[in-house]
Ligand binder design. Sequence first.
Ligand code: ATP
Length: 451
Amino acid sequence: MSPEVNLETIVSLCKRRGFVFQSSEIYGGLAGFYDYGPLGVELVNNIKQEWWKAMVREHDNIFGVDSAIIQNPRLWEASGHIAGFTDPLVEDEVTHKRYRADHLAGVDSNDVEQLMKLLEGKKSPDGNPLGPVRTFNMMMKTYVGPVEDSESVAYLRPETAGPIFTNYENVRETMRAKLPFGVAQIGKAFRNEISPRDFIFRVRELEQMEMQYFINPNDQEKNYQNWRDFAWQFCIERLGISKENLEWHEHDASERAHYAAAAHDIYFKFPQGFKELWGTHNRTDFDLSNHQRVSGKELTYFDEEKRERFMPFVIESSVGVGRLLMAVIVNSYYEEEINGEKRVVLKIKPSLAPYRLAVSPLLKNKPELVNKAREVYGTLKKVFGNVMWDDNGNIGKRYRRQDEIGTPYCITVDFDTLEDETVTIRDRDSTEQTRIKIDELETRLKALLLI
Ligand code: ATP
């Protein structure tokens, strides 16, 4: 990552190149909601696929689900969200703008008394007195059915984990799973954040990738460590994030969620500082015990070998897709000077790049070049899928544009191609160009892209 990268630069690149748009932008947008554009959706899908592969496909004992966003509200009563999914809020007494009290106090804490003390005599960012610290529930409400009354209130899920717990027994039975096993899900979650900000870092509609690993309580430590290692390795090996941009942060008792016995977050060096990216939590038997209590359904596990019955403990791995996308873009953003010219380049891992390849004719007004380039493009698209046709502007401008969206290799058809059936491959990171025979292209590109 370039040292000079700031948030505005990232926001502007994301807009300019079609990664992220403000939602309902032509109406002035809506705070905390964003849409992914053509490039963003490719990057997001690649990140999700990579996670699904590493988490579900590469583990014999992890199974996927895709649950409804709206569930029976008793689920959220049992999980503690209706009573306790709150953030501390403080209001500017003049403007009535609301702020996260913990952010104004500069601490990671939900403790109202502690925050009141820390904020004593402090002013709001507009210089006005602050009211008392209160708690604010972040659940988004809706009504199910034709009547809007207290009986029909339902909630958009605030996390994907909840319906994993209510499906624990279904998955165990249908998959004949024995402990330890995990259930994973990727999907939207909704949080009425008091102050959404920092672009897609803190939003009100987010997407999460979560996995709950059900274990014997005696195996807590080992499994907790394994899932911490998984998250760290995934960031480095699968997403190509540099170690220097990551650090561990252990929650102390005041920061930990109501359910957690231990919590370690991976923080990423976002332009606004090191902030939470990925959490690993030991949720103990909090969830299954509460669901058993509230639903009245037996959720204990019988270990046939050891002939013992117990309530499984859960280690959770939880990460936001948007934060990962932002981390990948920030991590791979470079401004460089090449032959006296400035270029912006996203050095994204080829497996994640929105387009793996771009194909161009040297000149777009020479039909013989265009036809040949179209032929090469058609062949490569069949093999590599996400290949872009690019004949806009001159070749230098095309390379700059492809650099900026992270396309690892550009293939150019020129006059020599018509003579000797060779094309140039230009490498995004080194900017070096090599000539290669068209019939060797597929093998060479597969090797370069590690496919
Ligand atoms: P924070 O302390 O930043 O509010 P959290 O500790 O409440 O986050 P979790 O409930 O553990 O977060 O959610 C798991 C993951 O989901 C986080 O690590 C983060 O990547 C993502 N996430 C949580 N809240 C948001 C949000 N409002 N916008 C974007 N991503 C989020």
